[in-house]
Design a protein around this ligand. Structure first.
Ligand code: HEC
Length: 148
């Protein structure tokens, strides 16, 4: 077992180590922010609240994204179905969320990269997602993007 992956406490400790308190321990790509935490992520407890806080202002009926023709809704009750296994309206060859594959999911690409395959980094206004938020989103997708 990779000792860096089995708990949030361990991961946070690793982040502290990586930022320089104890160089040498557990370094390498596996410990970058956004990597697996080993926890089961809950859509209701972790993902929807993040969408509500950071995405819904534009991704709702009448919001900026809606006005430019984006179908993705971040509103509670609508968000899960409008993301999981849904194509991008901008490039229908891309899927917003591919359950089990965060790297292939446009939503993850758009919150984790300054040069996503279409459009801008999300959220397009305001602060980028934190490394904890990125890790939760990534783990949730990789765990199957459940409505749990
Ligand atoms: C300030 C308004 C605004 C906020 C906040 C915002 N978005 Fe967007 N979003 C847009 C606009 C405008 C587009 C279309 C242009 C683009 O893709 O950059 C878009 C496009 C997208 C797309 C592509 C949809 C498609 O069908 O191609 C995804 C995925 C997305 N946003 C996810 C998010 C997520 C996740 C958040 C929150 C972390 C977020 N957005 C926050 C305005 C916003």
């Amino acid at each position: 077992m990779n000792p860096c992956r089995h708990s949030r406490v361990a991961r946070n400790a690793v982040l502290l180590l990586v930022i320089g308190l104890a160089p040498g321990a557990c370094q390498g790509p596996a410990n970058l922010p956004g990597q697996a935490t080993g926890e089961v992520v809950s859509y209701a407890d972790h993902i929807q609240p993040m969408l509500t806080a950071k995405c819904v202002s534009c991704h709702q009926e009448g919001g900026l994204a809606d006005l430019v023709g984006i179908a993705l809704r971040a509103t509670p009750g609508e968000a899960h179905d409008s993301m999981v296994n849904q194509p991008s309206v901008q490039d229908p060859t891309l899927m917003l969320i591919v359950p089990g594959d965060a790297e292939a999911s446009l939503i993850y690409q758009k919150v984790s990269s300054d040069s996503p395959p279409v459009g801008m980094r999300m959220p397009s206004l305001g602060a980028p997602l934190t490394s904890d938020e990125l890790a939760l989103l990534r783990d949730w997708i990789n765990q199957g993007a459940l409505d749990n």
